[in-house]
Design a protein around this ligand. Structure first.
Ligand code: ADP
Ligand code: ZN
Length: 209
């Protein structure tokens, strides 16, 4: 299964891609996590991406398209993958269609009021990238990652001003992708609530339908 998860920042793409990835044994490919990794290790690409990310803007298409092309060529993608955070623009979707066949696109829809609460409460593991929320999805021990024991931090781009910019970018550049994939007959919409288990079941149904 070659899958795409679409949705606004904070819709739960990363959380649900991670759960599904473990369950059906195909890799989760998160461009956001890959770019943050590059940033941390100070690669040339990471340095280029820094200013865009911190302003809440998208990294240029050619940069992320290059990252994805390389990643999809790796062996672990042979039996499928879940793209989380890519594509985010129409040119990215067009480039992807030239690389590989996509089976299904899951759009996770969440009301904006919930999105704002989620992003402000989000904490991520500095080591493995796993995502938590101080209101709704608490780790077992405050500030510590359940999976790897790493320290939980707030992302710079989850601060209020940057969140506003990211939502604007989402509406202008990413939302049109739902129409793009609807035309191809691949789009399935799921309502993302705070009940992670229920949303996960809806996603499984949408993947299998
Ligand atoms: P979220 O989905 O919560 O906004 P991500 O972790 O997916 O966050 O991405 C964080 C940032 O990384 C984005 O705001 C953007 O700057 C950059 N980024 C991630 N994926 C892409 C992409 N496909 N195209 C352009 N920029 C991207
Ligand atoms: Zn961790």
């Amino acid at each position: 299964m070659n899958l795409i998860f679409l949705g606004a920042p904070g819709a739960g793409k990363g959380t649900h891609a991670e759960i599904l990835s473990r369950e059906i044994h195909i890799p989760q490919i998160s461009t956001g996590n890959m770019i943050r990794e590059a940033l941390k290790s100070g690669t040339e690409m990471g340095l280029k991406a820094k200013a865009y990310i911190e302003a809440g803007n998208l990294v240029p298409d050619e940069v992320v398209i290059g990252i994805i092309r390389e990643r999809l060529n790796r062996d672990d993608c042979k039996n499928g993958f879940i793209l989380d955070g890519f594509p985010r623009t129409i040119p990215q979707a067009e480039a992807l269609d030239k690389m590989i066949r996509i089976d299904r696109v899951i759009d996770i829809e969440v009301p904006e009021s919930l999105i704002l609460r989620r992003l402000s409460g989000r904490r991520v593991c500095g080591s493995c990238g796993a995502s938590y929320n101080i209101h709704t999805r608490k780790p077992k021990v405050e500030g510590v990652c359940d999976t790897c024991g790493g320290t939980l931090v707030q992302r710079k781009d989850d601060q209020p001003e940057t969140v506003k910019a990211r939502l604007k970018v989402y509406h202008e550049q990413t939302e049109p992708l739902t129409g793009y994939y609807k035309k191809q007959g691949k789009l399935r919409t799921v309502h993302g609530s705070d009940d992670t288990a229920a949303t996960h079941r809806d996603i499984l149904n949408a993947v299998e339908a």
